[in-house]
Ligand binder design. Structure first.
Ligand SMILES: Nc1ncnc2c1ncn2[C@@H]1O[C@H](COP(=O)(O)OP(=O)(O)O)[C@@H](O)[C@H]1O
Ligand SMILES: [Mg+2]
Length: 790
């Protein structure tokens, strides 16, 4: 490097050249490498080298500041001597500094090309106190422990720790090794009392050990990462400690008073109250800031925040309740009537065992929002627990307090949110939880729902009983079959099968449109959606039993209108059917049926799935081969068997259909059911498979407006199937007017809304002949006149 200039005057004894550091804290007796690039800092180094003297290393408060003044520097820094130095190509000086002694910076001294400051040397106590020695002993042990837990730490480090005898030096050594922020290190540098400094370092080290242990424990136990909850807990605990050290939180006396006041206000039952107060005493005795103390404090807070107070008598006004339900939801008459009955019973016998209602139906039919409406109807708070994806009993019932990062389960969390124990609690998507290694959540749920047990529901975290008996529970599910049987047994199922097009339009007009308009900040007169446009959105851009997609599409249209108005290109927007394509793109659903069902070999079946009814195409084709039946489209075993039965049945009835036995030789038949990625199963596509095959071999297309469902027997009988209501609604949504159903399902027709029954044409099937006649037309039969297969 350049020869340092020697002409600078020597500084007085109590003045040193300062090098401000953006993010490095140097402790006495320790070595650190630094790199300096700012001109004043380089000048300071050059001075120190030339004068063979020490300089001051000090942290600047704002790491971004380029030329900090006295206010921008921390008050305490470290005197250092330069051990090595070299000049890098970019002009920076790289040096190794040896820390010597803490100094307090008193004032800046002007007149130098570098920062110079008047300082006060802060001497260390000569002989350490007994307390300091005891703390140092503990720190040495913990230090060795933490080093042993960290991968890739040089072994010498442990020896250095062991060999450092001075408690003050030991604290500084540990502080410099810790992976904490520079600002936190500075706090340690400024802590002049050895005992205090040791205590702070020990706390940080102890917490690090807990984190390491925990992560190792968890890593070993489940090979999973710290889950969010635990990570947040550890971070919060650290934060609290740091805040305390920085003096941010109020005095702890004040804190205990607040907790005690919260306990007074919480109206906890007396035996539990005594337990909480005992724990508060224990907390007062604990060392502040330890992980255990913060865990205990959190527990006490939870206890004070739960709605323990006995609820007032529930006053239900049936007329108001009915009016509220009516106002919130269109249609659903049967469901609303059942809810009102339920409330009437609750009113007359508030303490009796009311059944637990379970709304079952496809997504977007209003199950969750009905629950909210029930709460509104009786003027009580609503809390929702989502059970979708829950597979750990602890998620419902909590973890024991001894488990690090423990929290109450979601029942107790919902209770706190509701702030009352006589509100409405919705157990959403009960069909989506499952048992796992971590226990069966449905066992915990049973306890919640059982009137014998739920007056003393025990959350593992709280560890004390809580009375849930006044809570109104409402469950929801997409598919009843997926609800664990014991849970299902406790519930009264209310079906919500899905909406007809007409109902959807009403819902859209009364609710969805208004809501979306408000979301976009549009006034009623600014945007008009015509009837034709609305029906086109529902029919050509959505295919669902509920109204979620419909609401989303309406939202897109409204946003486009809002855009035009905001830009000033229009003051009123009228959206008609013809405008939709520009906003929503080409229709996604139109003509699907027409497109597919134009050729022989394709039939439209009806399926019943978790998302409601839907149409389903069965495609059959033949290629030259040797009589194989190829089945694709992720078909389950039962569905495959029904395809085989359909083919056998067709072969058996070949003569009546005017087909020759030779027609089946030297061909492979391929049956495919799109969409290929979705698994399908069940026997109810039998009729459609038979019709598709018959259409293929007789070379006659299936009537495009016909949809069909039904199981077939090898003798040609059509057997009843499930989900009639949902399937009929799906056919109607898809724009099909004729539905072929098993005659033995006739009794299920009364579930279908009257408007749909009137709009559709039903054909009742006793045998597959009936299906052929309706689907392929009379002309198929001209060769054989009737297919007397039975
Ligand atoms: N009959 C109805 N009347 C008014 N709004 C409805 C009706 N059915 C559904 N909705 C609305 O549709 C949206 C989706 O309903 P949601 O309760 O989330 O369905 P689910 O829980 O059954 O999946 C909600 O905003 C709801 O208010
Ligand atoms: Mg829902």
């Amino acid at each position: 490097m350049d020869e340092p200039r020697t002409s600078w005057p020597e500084l007085p004894d109590d003045v040193v050249a300062l090098v401000p550091m953006r993010n490095v804290v140097l402790f006495p007796h320790l070595l650190i490498p630094i790199a300096v690039g700012r001109p004043k800092s380089i000048a300071a180094m050059q001075h120190a080298l030339a004068a063979k003297t020490v300089l001051g290393i000090v942290l600047q408060k704002d790491p971004q500041a380029d030329d900090p003044g006295l206010d921008g520097l921390c008050q305490v820094g470290t005197l250092a001597s330069l051990a090595h130095h070299s000049r890098a190509e970019d002009g920076q000086i790289h040096a190794v500094c040896q820390g010597m002694q803490r100094v307090r910076i008193l004032a800046l001294v002007e007149g130098h090309p570098f920062l110079a400051a008047r300082i006060e040397r802060l001497d260390e106590p000569v002989s350490p106190s007994t307390e300091a020695q005891a703390l140092a002993l503990q720190l040495r042990e913990r230090g060795v422990e933490i080093l042993s837990m960290m991968p890739g730490v040089p072994a010498e480090l442990a020896h250095v720790l062991q060999a450092t005898r001075s408690p003050s030096q030991l604290a500084d050594l540990a502080a410099s090794l810790l992976d904490i922020e520079p600002a936190e290190k500075q706090v340690l540098l400024e802590t002049l009392s050895t005992e205090e400094r040791l205590t702070k370092v020990l706390q940080i080290v102890t917490q690090r050990i807990q984190v390491l242990r925990l992560s190792r424990e968890i890593g070993e136990r489940t090979k999973e990462q710290l889950d969010d909850r635990q990570r947040r807990f550890m971070l919060e605990a650290q934060l609290k400690t740091i805040q305390k050290e920085l003096g941010e939180s109020g005095g702890s006396g004040e804190e205990f008073e607040q907790l005690a006041a919260a306990i007074d206000a919480a109206k906890i039952p007396s035996d539990i109250d005594a337990q909480v107060r005992k724990e508060l005493k224990r907390l007062e005795r604990m060392q502040d800031g330890s992980g255990e103390a913060s865990g205990l404090r959190t527990w006490i807070e939870w206890m004070t925040e739960l709605p323990w107070a006995p609820p007032a008598a529930l006053s239900i006004d049936i007329a108001t309740a009915r009016a509220t339900l009516e106002a919130d939801h269109f249609g659903l008459e049967r469901v609303k009537r059942r809810i009102v009955e339920f409330l009437a019973v609750k009113k007359l016998n508030p303490l009796g065992r009311a059944p637990i209602l379970c709304f079952v139906g496809p997504p977007g039919v209003g199950k969750t929002s009905l629950g909210q409406s029930v709460a509104r109807a009786i003027g009580r708070p609503f809390a929702r627990i989502s059970l979708g994806g829950v597979h750990d009993e602890a998620e419902i019932r909590g973890h024991r307090r001894t488990y690090i990062g423990a929290m109450p389960g979601n029942i107790v969390q919902a209770l706190r949110k509701a702030g009352a124990r006589d509100g409405v609690m919705m157990l959403d998507e009960v069909d989506k939880m499952s048992a796992s290694l971590h226990g069966d959540p449905s066992a915990a749920l049973l306890e919640v729902l059982d009137p014998e047990q739920n007056s003393s529901f025990r959350d593992n975290y709280l560890g004390v009983p809580f009375d849930l008996s006044r809570m109104v529970f409402i469950a929801t599910a997409n598919v009843i079959d997926n609800i664990p049987l014991p849970v299902r047994d406790r519930m009264e199922v209310i079906d919500l099968p899905g909406y007809t097009l007409e109902e959807k339009l009403q819902i859209a007009r009364r609710y969805l449109e208004r809501r979306q308009r408000e979301t976009c900040g549009l006034r009623d007169d600014q945007c008009e959606l015509t009837d034709a446009a609305l029906s086109a959105i529902a029919a050509s851009y959505t295919r669902e039993a509920g109204v979620r997609q419909l609401e989303r599409e309406i939202g897109r249209v409204m946003r486009a209108a809002a855009m035009q108005i905001a830009e000033g290109s229009a003051t009123q927007v009228r959206i008609d059917e013809g405008d939709l394509e520009a906003v929503l793109g080409p229709p996604t659903m139109e003509h699907e049926v027409a497109l597919r069902v134009g050729l022989p070999g394709v039939a439209t079946g009806l399926a019943w799935t978790a998302v409601g009814g839907d149409i389903l195409f069965i495609e059959a084709t033949r290629v030259s081969g040797n009589g194989r039946l190829i089945l694709t489209g992720q078909l389950g075993d039962v569905m495959k068997e029904s395809a085989q039965a359909a083919l056998t049945l067709l072969k058996a009835s070949a003569p009546q259909l005017g087909l020759a036995a030779g027609d089946f030789e030297h061909v492979d038949v391929h049956v495919h059911v799109p969409a290929g990625a979705i698994p399908k199963d069940g026997p109810s596509a039998g009729v459609a498979m038979f019709v598709a095959l018959a259409s293929l071999f007789t070379d006659r297309p299936v009537r495009p407006e016909a949809a069909m469902t039904g199981e077939i027997s090898l003798r040609g009988l059509v057997l009843p199937v499930g989900g009639i209501k949902e399937k009929v609604l799906a056919a109607q949504r898809a724009g099909l007017h004729q539905v072929l159903l098993p005659a033995r399902n006739r009794k299920d027709l009364h579930d279908v809304p009257a408007s749909t029954r009137e709009a559709m044409h039903f054909v009742w099937l006793d045998t597959v002949d009936d299906a052929l006649k309706a689907a392929l037309g009379e002309r198929v039969g001209r060769h054989g006149h009737g297919f007397a297969l039975v």
